[in-house]
Ligand binder design. Structure first.
Ligand SMILES: Cc1cc2nc3c(=O)[nH]c(=O)nc-3n(C[C@H](O)[C@H](O)[C@H](O)COP(=O)(O)OP(=O)(O)OC[C@H]3O[C@@H](n4cnc5c(N)ncnc54)[C@H](O)[C@@H]3O)c2cc1C
Length: 292
């Protein structure tokens, strides 16, 4: 990692291994205490920036885990391992509920048709994706996403929350914008994170972007006081369907793509992410769903 921690994502395994090598010394206390700060594209020293390579399988979670556990105790890298687990958890959650993906894809199709006939919605959507809303932080993140294909996790949360609750735009169109622009764009992590911000994933509990939080965790780069809607109502929708049940043995079941007991990751994800590891990137994306 360069001293400024600038990320460049060459699509090679060698580049992924180099980024991992330079991040590993920072994966312990430094990551745990500093990871929430978004220093902008010029300072990514507090996060791994490994997601595009992990997403495209140029490097695997097992390798990342082995590397961090090779230098730190499990306790020291607990926070980093938890974050890595989120990816596995989201993939498993969606793979067990493919209807959630189908519904999302149908909604995107419907909303894109609506955009053509609803000028007010179209105008707000266009200003959102072009970074022309007048909310400086939001506009900056929209441009950063288009220019670099990456946003810090906290910026993704703030962006999604402002999109839904301040701009009043449908979460599905925001998720679609992310999926088309993120180098790490992933059906499960993206769709379910947007649902989580909207309050659909944990019913009744949405994520609110607050000006004070943005000032603090961007170290004053942005000051959106008075520009954000901070009193919000979570998006309401029907409950997600129950997940397909999994056998306790961890044996593969028909229709689910499961690898059980992978060495390192199996040991550390067991218990937290349950005793299975789901693979396959394009969850249920093989064909367009039939939309009602
Ligand atoms: C609205 C929204 C959309 C998102 N869309 C995606 C997406 O399409 N693809 C994606 O990989 N992540 C997504 N995330 C999760 C998270 O923001 C990114 O994984 C993380 O910012 C990637 O940067 P990093 O590699 O520096 O992460 P680090 O903090 O260094 O974490 C290490 C690895 O753990 C995994 N990880 C970390 N946090 C999360 C998380 N919250 N959920 C899932 N996996 C995580 C990633 O593989 C990441 O590379 C989204 C989050 C939000 C709030």
């Amino acid at each position: 990692m360069s001293s400024a921690g600038i990320c460049e994502w060459q699509a090679t395994r060698a580049a992924a291994l180099e980024r991992l090598r330079s991040f590993v010394p920072f994966a312990g206390k430094y990551y745990a205490t500093q990871r929430n700060y978004d220093g902008g594209p010029g300072d990514r020293s507090n996060v791994s920036c490994l997601s595009p390579w992990i997403r495209h399988r140029l490097i695997l979670e097992e390798e990342v885990l082995s590397a961090v556990l090779g230098m730190h105790s499990k306790a020291a890298v607990e926070k980093f391992i938890q974050e890595l687990c989120w990816r596995t958890y989201w993939k498993g959650w969606l793979e067990m509920r493919p209807a959630v993906w189908d519904d999302y894809r149908c909604a995107v199709g419907r909303l894109k048709t609506d955009l053509a006939g609803n000028m007010a919605l179209h105008d707000r959507w266009e200003r959102g994706i072009c970074g022309a809303t007048g909310i400086e932080c939001f506009d900056e993140w929209a441009r950063e996403l288009a220019d670099t294909g990456y946003l810090h996790n906290h910026a993704r949360m703030w962006f999604a929350s402002i999109w839904i609750f301040t701009l009043g735009l449908p979460w599905e169109l925001g998720a679609d914008f992310f999926l088309r622009n993120l180098l790490d764009g992933d059906a499960a992590a993206n769709t379910l994170s947007w649902r989580w911000v909207a309050g659909l994933q944990t019913p009744g509990k949405a994520y609110v972007a607050r000006a004070g939080n943005i000032v603090q965790y961007t170290r004053g780069r942005f000051q959106p006081h008075g520009q954000l809607r901070e009193r919000i109502e979570p998006v309401v929708a029907t409950a997600a369907p129950p997940g397909k049940s999994l056998p306790e043995t961890g044996q593969p079941v028909a229709g689910l793509n499961i690898i059980s007991d992978r060495k390192t990751i199996g040991r550390y994800l067991a218990g937290r992410c349950r005793r299975y590891y789901l693979c396959g990137q394009q969850v249920a994306m093989a064909s367009e769903p039939p939309c009602s």
